[in-house]
Write a protein that binds this ligand. Sequence first.
Ligand code: MN
Length: 540
Amino acid sequence: MNPASSPDANRVLIFDTTLRDGEQSPGASMNLNEKLEIARTLEALGVDIIEAGFPVASPDDFAAVEAIARQSTRARICGLARSLKGDIERAAAAVKPAGDRARVHIFLATSAIHRQYKLNKAKEEIVKQAREAVAYGKTLIDDIEFSCEDASRTEPDFLAEVVQAVIEAGARTINIPDTVGYAYPSDYAELITALRAKVPGLDQVVISVHCHNDLGLAVANSLAAVRAGARQVECTINGIGERAGNCSLEEVVMAMRVRKDQFPGITTGIDATKLFGASRLVQSITGLPLQRNKAIVGDNAFAHESGIHQHGMLKNPETYEIMTPASVGVPMTNLVLGKHSGKAAVEKRLQTLGVAVPETNMTAFMEAFKTLADRKKEIYDGDLFALVEEVVRGTTVSMWKLDYLHCSSASGESAGSGAMATATVKLTKDGVTKTDAATGDGPVDAVIQALNRICGVEGTVEDFRLRAVSKGGDAQGEVSIRAKLRPVSATPATAPNDAVVIGGKGLSTDIVQASAQAYLDAINRMGFQIGRLDYRTTVN
Ligand code: MN
């Protein structure tokens, strides 16, 4: 534990990497405004450190980290860097606007398998590169975190050697990640305990853990590590992240809180009543759907369907509930708004849901609200989330706008599965209007073919989901797609690398229209993904 950065030895620092590791989830890429909104929400939630991105990856990634650092008021802002000068310089420059709250997170793989197959480097070279990277980082910025990538599969003695070297070089936080999600709670705790015994200097810095969920053990491993002395947990909202994801912030925080008996005196800075709102925001922005039975924040987390449970609940909620819905910010009633609801009522509801609509967007938001309320009688929470998405984010994201869509399906004998459909689409971009028509297998396919032609894109849909955002037959349909896209203009030589998987969402009471918007949303997002450097790129 670092007495300098954490005066209370029992305070567990929450390091959120939703914007870095979380964003690595396929299809979860976010634009600048979305990242800024998530960063604001994380600060309000009480997160100690926000890992805002990997600045060297692309100019857009750099700009996002820099903008988050500039916007921040309380949290430490961290940028990721490989153990390379160029990476460290870019990361330090990007987080600089955060002033004395700026952090650079440098990593290097230490396990035998990574040393041999990814880095092709001997142990001594790894120690040297790690030490030099941290020492160089220290010349630019005071707060350096170092991660031994794949630490849980690294020989314990060698891990201790690397950790000692980077502490001597000035690292203030040492991360022992379970990069591949292989660790087992008791072994992982032992690894931390053994490291503390081998490296005396470890008690002068903060020990961090970063667990992946490949075996569903990310939260359990993080908790075991805290009991063994780790005082920083790296996690993401909803547990999103590479592959099976990361340790879920809401679960690890509530486990320490509800099971105080297992974590005596342990505290975090998290305002748990904001967990539900943060979860909904990340779900809405990334388009990564949350399973209904997700712990803490899922739709069913506090639903009691069975009669026996309901009977017990009415007598005393503690019969079946270990925490109250209110303690994690789940709205107590699904208040229904309608066309007679005024601005004050709408704003109050948005506040309860943890959603902020900037004052400058409020007029547009209320117009969209009234339009929707004319079309459907009752406006539910799901509708409000969707409207925020459409009005607040939509206006800043879209480049291509859908002006007109008409679809006709063949009827009669050829109707049914595989029926040909024709779509006519009109789009506008930068004041220029383009119209085209295409045929396809069914209306959605026809629309996609037309969009591809107008936008100059080749694409295939990898995943398509339709969800009603609220109740009733007049409910709005939200289409979430993941599409593999590439510009037609890409040269054949670079073509395979130019295809990117991108998520997009669309919302309408007409599902063909919603599909068109979702696909167009993905096309509009394609720009920030192409040519982006993957942080796992081999270090030389
Ligand atoms: Mn990770």
